[in-house]
Write a protein that binds this ligand. Sequence first.
Ligand code: SAH
Length: 517
Amino acid sequence: MAGKVYIIGAGPGNYKLLTLKAAEAIKQSDVIVYDRLIDSNVLGFAHDGAEFVYVGKQPQHHQVPQKEINKILLKYANEGRTVARVKGGDPFLFGRGGEECEYLHKNGIEFEVVPGITSAIAVPAYAGIPVTHREHASSLHIITGHHSVENKISGDGEDKPLCDFETLAKQEGTLVFLMGVKNIGEICSGLMKFGKEPRTPVAVVEKGTRPGQRVVNGTLSDIAEKCVHYRVKSPAVIVAGQVAELGESLGWYSKGVLSGNRIVVTRPAEHSDTLVKGLEAHGAHVTEFPVIKITEVQENEQFHTALNRLDSYSWLIFTSANGVEIFFRRLNQLKTDIRRLYGIKLAVVGSATEKALNSKGLYPDYIPEKYTSKELLSGLIERIEGRDKILLIDSELSRPELTRGFKDNGIAYDEIAVYTAETSNLGSRLDYLVPELEKADIITFASPSAVKAFVTILGKEKIRELPAHMVCIGPVTAGAAAEEGITVTAVAEQYNSEGIINKIIELSENRRLNTQQ
Ligand code: SAH
């Protein structure tokens, strides 16, 4: 049976402006056919096995022709796969979504349209410009500011006006031009030629909703010149009309200390959520790079035995949030009442691990001040009594420092590795992730295994070419990076997400100072 195609609008760029429906459709799809300028975090919603097909414009190349794109959609659907056709903004507004639907319909392929937030309205909104306003504009006109190829080749081609300026000049409503930056001079003079007041306010919003959003204000008579002066580039939306002026006082988009910074977070599953949210809260553009896949150790006899004998332990130690999650999930699966933990002391390393434990209603008896195994060990030695036995929940990749320390100090323990971390197989996902790495200002690492996986995926040579600053969560991770020949710019002083964020802020402030000098 043929698969279904979702024609999806991904919004104007910032992935948080994706609809729930779009995220759900992407998650369900096996093949993701995407355009240029789609935020990589949007594509990150796809499931692990999804295949990615880029059909946007290549540098120095033309767009994949529409006919080709249609065929690609048909081919995958005919293979019985669910296809997500992901487009910027709304798929039916200058997005050729209509043509794709017609083609699929003709070929008997089921499709569903997921409308998106269009840049024509959202980009002005991010610049504080309401496209209609009772006092200033009661209609909105959205116009393409781009010569279609058909126009150019139809004989008189180049001389043909971009659009019907005579009609447009008469409108009292707001005129929004998409794809118009290159032709802004022609647009403004066309409107003025047919009587539009030269003092009409115009705002050009570049990279709206994205890192580096910029607004240039002017009037019909001077905006073209200003755009040249400020080197405004596509993508940008041109808003002409009285409302354009409102943005000068209603511009609300506040830039955090990290705005304009592109940061890649190599994801070792834990830490990443608080890290990503924290960086975004400071205005950074964050791309998650999932280098590691966490999998629970299956048929773990030793684990079951330990859970059946919980009363033989006096300390339970977790070294990661993953360990906490898996431990309690298994307890629950075995219908083991949490009261069986009564009397057992708890120790954790790291604030993410502590938080995970707190979410189970438990508060650790001991957390070392510095989040290292060494600190944990010396703290435990002080607290442990002769007959105490430790249950250590960790991963197959855990370093042996802690258990070696237990042995050397004659401390009884059982170590249960409950998960393993494998290097992700990113396949065609790399097609959109590598360009993000190349553009990144900063790449973060929160564990030695993240460093290793990063090297396995990219190779040392590629990493050496990356211009980004490398920031590590602590000295152990930095050591692992140095071992791989990666030059580390900075190491957090607090070994957690907050520490990384503070370090990055410090780094970006220094960079700003350096460029000002
Ligand atoms: N279907 C899309 C429009 C596609 S045409 C939508 O509904 O938004 C592409 C044009 O959209 C660009 O040339 C630019 O004019 C505008 N555009 C898209 N994203 C933009 C952004 N983040 N900032 C400014 N303009 C944007």
